[in-house]
Design a protein around this ligand. Structure first.
Ligand code: GDP
Length: 299
């Protein structure tokens, strides 16, 4: 069953911190705002986003805009939603045949799992999906994707271990075209010996794709781990220097994630957050919704 956002997000330090703060401190005053700022920073929202949010609320409080702490909480909700609304841009995998998604991100963030979940979602939506096992640097990644494909009856194009990633993905795009597939999702290496190696490889993949389709890839989807806070923010910054990231997937927000990194990402990059991972099963990868996310965190 599709469990609610709140159920999945209520364990985060963002949700727990806020509910304990408003319980302990029902009175509307500067102390409440100071503690709110600390709570947000502690929950990975980031110093800049937290400070500017709280300073705005403080000004409005001093202008007597809020009757009580409940009114302040309602204003906080609106501010948080406003931060996330601009990045609530779902990915439509239509209008191209096939629609080519290149997934990038470092190992361990949940990239392979996300590819499997996306393939399931698009297949269930009636699309014909093909996967490309382009993380040829890690034999386990190829095996993991192949096993997943066999179990779910989604074709996976792969070559032997140590094959050239660009060649695998080029083959997969050719196969997708000849079979009339709608969506191609390509995996890529999460780490090579050097940052330069990764840059060369992703550059080469983009170049060979363009030989078949000048606009491909149509989406460069970067997967990041929501439990890693500022590290996730740094990873996006680094990958954006290597490849033109067009969308984000933030995984593991149900686990030990503090919950606030989504706001930090929205403020810093303004990149669409396409999906969020709220658990390990296929239906736990949700299309990102600003209001559902914020309401999942607030008391
Ligand atoms: P990769 O190295 O980036 O390909 O990572 P994997 O796809 O192998 O995932 C690493 C681990 O994270 C696996 O145990 C996944 O089940 C787990 N995982 C991925 N997404 C989520 C999520 O949204 N929530 C939780 N709780 N676990 C996740």
């Amino acid at each position: 069953a599709k469990r609610s956002w709140r159920e999945r997000l209520s364990g985060s330090s963002f949700a727990k911190g806020l509910s304990s703060l408003f319980n302990r401190h029902p009175k509307l005053d500067d102390d409440l705002l100071d503690e709110l700022e600390t709570t947000l920073i502690t929950a990975d929202v980031g110093i800049e986003a937290s400070t500017s949010l709280v300073e705005d609320l403080r000004k409005r409080m001093h202008k007597r805009e809020f009757a009580d702490a409940t009114a302040l909480l309602a204003a906080l909700r609106q501010s948080l939603i406003s931060l996330l609304k601009p990045v609530e841009t779902p990915l439509a995998v239509t209008g191209r045949q096939p629609f080519v998604i290149l997934t990038v991100g470092i190992n361990g963030v949940g990239k392979t799992t996300t590819i499997g979940k996306l393939a399931r979602r698009y297949r269930d939506d009636g699309h014909q999906v093909i996967l490309a096992a382009g993380d040829t640097f890690r034999a386990a990644a190829v095996e993991q994707l192949k096993t997943w494909g066999e179990r779910n009856k989604v074709p996976v194009i792969s070559q032997g271990q140590d094959a050239d990633s660009a060649s695998v993905i080029f083959d997969a795009l050719q196969a997708a075209r000849s079979r009339g597939a709608d969506v191609l999702i390509a995996d890529t290496a999460g780490r090579l010996h050097t940052q330069g190696g990764l840059m060369d490889e992703l550059g080469k993949i983009a170049r060979v794709l363009k030989k078949l389709d000048a606009d491909a890839p149509h989406e460069v989807l970067m997967v990041i781990d929501g439990t890693t806070g500022q590290n996730a923010v740094n990873q996006v910054r680094q990958f954006r220097q290597i490849v033109g990231v067009t969308g984000l997937v933030v995984t593991k927000l149900d686990g030990t994630a503090k919950g606030g990194v989504v706001f930090a990402l929205a403020r810093e990059f303004g990149l669409p957050i396409r999906y969020v991972g709220l658990g390990e099963t296929a239906t736990d990868l949700r299309v990102f919704e600003a209001e559902a996310y914020v309401d999942g965190l607030l008391p």
